[in-house]
Design a protein around this ligand. Sequence first.
Ligand code: BG6
Ligand code: MG
Length: 227
Amino acid sequence: MNKKEIKACIFDLDGVIVDTAKYHYLAWKRLATEMDFDFTEQDNERLKGISRMASLDILLEIGNKNLSDNEKEKLAAKKNAWYVDYIIKMDTTEILPGVLDFITELKEKNIRIALGSASKNAMTILTQIQILDYFDAIIDGTKVNNAKPDPEVFLKGAEALGIDPKNCVVFEDAEAGVEAAINGKMRCVGIGSPAVLGKANLVIPDFNNFSLQQLNNTLVKVKPLPF
Ligand code: BG6
Ligand code: MG
C-alpha cells in the first residue's frame, strides 16, 4: 500500500466551503464605524483564519484603541450578533462552486471528511447550507484552545477520524491555515492565490472541475512529502 495514500480530507470552512469573509467584514466594519474609525476590505484580509478575539485585537490596533478585556468581550459579542444575523439567512446557494461535487466524490470513494475551522459559528453555517451530514468529524472553534497556525484543529480532526496525519490533506484559504497544516505534518491544498498560499503543496483558484484523481496525481504521484 502507498504510504502517502490519501484517506481523509480536512476542510476549513470560511473561504473554502463558503465565502463568509464578506459577512465578517460587514460586521467588523459596523463596529469600527461605531467607534469612529475606518476599516477597509484590505484590512479584512488580515483577519482570515484568525480567531474572533485575535481579529478584534487587530481591529482595535487599526483604530488605535486600547480597551479592557471586559470591554473587548462585549464588543466581540456585539460583532458576533451582527454576523449571526447574516449567517442565519444563508442557504445552499452559498456553497462555493465545485465544493459539493468534490465532497460527493470523496464520499463515494470512501475518503473520510472532517471540518477544521476556527469559527464558533461553524455548526450554524453547516446547518444553513445543509452539508452537515457529509462530515465524519467536526472540529471547530468551540473545540480547540490554540488558533491556527497551531495545528491543533487539524490534528484533532485526524484523530477524530482515526487517520494518520500523513494520510490527510487539508484544504485552506488562509496563510495561517496552510502553516497549521504544515505544522501538523499534513499536506495542504491552498484555495486562492499562490502569492498568499505559496507554502501549500498545491494551490487552486476554486473547486471547479477539481477531482480526487487530480489531487492524487498532484500530491501522491508527483510531489514528494516535505518531511
Ligand atoms: C475563521 C475566519 O474561519 O473563523 C475568521 O476565517 C474568523 O475570519 C474566525 O474570525 C472565527 O469565527 P467566529 O465565527 O467564531 O467569529
Ligand atoms: Mg478560511
